[in-house]
Ligand binder design. Structure first.
Ligand SMILES: [Fe+2]
Length: 495
């Protein structure tokens, strides 16, 4: 064969491959990957609500005094025939309700009835923009809440259940049926549709603080323990960083401004309009709760993050908190998009790091080796000195083999001890939530509730741990009759 013929054949071959590649839809690519490795169960579509269903107890025995409801939120539908979302963060909000009483558990799941879901159901296509999904032609967008997916978190306080997103209002749901009850919550008429983020902070007495990010400004919300608005104020930020979470001590709100910032050009979706500028470092803003104009700033090295732990002030004035930090924002930009087409990236997992803000103005950032996400603490110690952070746990050697965590753990800041339980690679483990044992007062005296997707059973499971003896494994495990897609965040309402 002549060189010319060979190159013509290669060219034809390349053309054929290109033609084949262009007809593979994301849905087909996902289906192929699902056959190759079923971690994709966590990112598959749920087509219908799940009515209240008994869960099967598969092991152990639940503590007799554990009574309450674990609400969990996360995206549950990503794909429609006329077009799909292109990022994990942008699927339709699906609220789950795990009710535990008398050693039994039930599960309910219902999609949030948002404007976005109605428009997209009618269009038979995902057309609305999101964190990582561009708008399609004809997307009718009048306000933040027109594109609100209500898919990220949940606040179950004062008898209310609000589904939370980060770019718009909370959505009011029925606490039992999960039906969308009161629509989007307007806390103050002149702030209608201003963001009420997915990460409220709760003081031990129940008072609620939250923020809503709008470019280089943020609204700071303060609500009573029952969810009534006490105050709302807009503050200016020194840079237009993206942040998904903030933290607080008893006296301060703490905003961590990572160098992942809105660029010069307004580009949609959000993730594509952000630029990573590590040379600018991370800046921390410490704001007095009593006077939002009083603030201090600290400089830290560059890191990226989604989630912070509760903060506290030590006797010498040093402020401390933890963060699940990554070297850069590649998970949020690329990896979380690739999950929907069945592709596992090798972006390094987040690891627990500790931050100290000293009275002399020095900021110290100290990484640990512990693979961790979703840092939570005993709510009785929120804003106060504490030792324990609860979080998901992962084996660093499994990076690139599974998209999510494989276990749960507590990290003790004083002793350095990590008490962990490993479910292994056949579970996708979700954020653990601590709830105190009734009548107790010591930090960590209570239970850790965690859900996971059991890939062998093809079912969602609910696990209860003794929070001070996590490595002994679950006290009890229940299995749902179905698998529900992976969630982000939850809240526990004791009854
Ligand atoms: Fe979050």
């Amino acid at each position: 064969m002549s060189a010319a013929a060979m190159s013509r054949r290669a060219l034809l071959g390349a053309g054929a491959a290109l033609a084949a590649a262009t007809v593979v839809t994301p849905e087909q690519a996902f289906a192929r990957a699902a056959n190759a490795g079923d971690w994709t169960l966590g990112f598959a579509d749920l087509e219908a609500d799940l009515p209240a269903s008994a869960m099967t107890r598969v092991s152990g025995r639940a503590p007799a005094d554990l009574k309450g409801v674990l609400y969990r939120n996360g995206p549950g539908k990503f794909r429609r025939p006329g077009g799909s979302v292109t990022h994990w963060f942008d699927g339709d909000g699906l609220m789950r309700r795990f009710a535990v009483e008398d050693g039994r558990a039930t599960v309910t799941a219902r999609f949030a009835d948002t404007n976005k879901r109605r428009v997209e159901t009618a269009a038979n296509a995902m057309i609305m923009p999101g964190f990582g999904t561009p708008a399609r032609a004809g997307a009718p967008i009048g306000s933040n809440d027109d594109v609100n997916a209500a898919n990220t978190s949940v606040m179950a306080r004062g008898g209310k259940v609000w589904a939370l997103w980060e770019g718009g209002s909370a959505l009011d749901l029925d606490p039992v049926t999960l039906e969308t009850r009161g629509g989007f919550v307007t806390l103050r008429p002149d702030l209608k549709a201003m963001p009420f983020s997915a990460h409220p902070r709760y003081e031990p007495d129940g008072r609620i603080w939250n923020f809503g990010l709008q470019g280089s400004r943020a609204v700071i919300w303060r609500l009573s323990a029952t969810g009534a608005l006490e105050a709302a104020q807009i503050i200016e930020l020194p840079r237009s960083s993206y942040f998904h979470d903030f933290t607080a001590t008893e006296r301060h709100l703490i905003v961590v401004l990572q160098p992942w910032m809105r660029g010069e050009r307004r580009v949609l979706p959000i993730s594509r309009g952000l630029e990573w500028k590590p040379e600018e470092g991370t800046r921390v803003l410490v704001i007095e709760k009593d006077d939002l104009t009083k603030r201090r700033e600290f400089d830290l090295p560059a890191f990226s993050f989604f989630h912070l732990g509760d903060a506290w002030t030590e006797a010498d004035g040093t402020i401390r908190f933890d963060v699940c930090a990554t070297e850069d924002p590649s998970f949020g930009v690329d990896s979380a998009a690739d999950l929907l087409v069945g592709k596992l990236d090798r972006s390094p997992p987040a690891r627990l790091a500790r931050i100290a803000l000293h009275p002399d103005g020095r900021g110290v950032f100290e990484r640990s080796d512990t693979v961790a996400e979703f840092p939570k603490s005993d709510p009785r110690f929120a804003g106060k000195a504490r030792n324990l952070t609860f979080h998901t746990w992962g084996d660093p050697s499994r990076s690139g083999k599974t998209p999510l965590s494989q276990g749960v753990a507590s990290s003790n800041h004083r002793t350095g001890q990590v008490d962990h339980y490993d479910f292994g690679l056949r579970h996708l483990v979700e954020e653990p939530i601590f709830t105190p044992r009734p009548g107790s007062s010591a930090e960590g005296d209570g239970w850790l509730l965690a859900t996971s997707i059991n890939l062998d059973a093809r079912a969602t499971e609910l696990h209860v741990f003794d929070a001070r003896r996590i490595s002994r494994g679950p006290l009890a495990t229940w299995r749902a009759p179905v698998v529900l897609p992976a969630t982000f965040h939850g809240d526990f309402a004791a009854v």
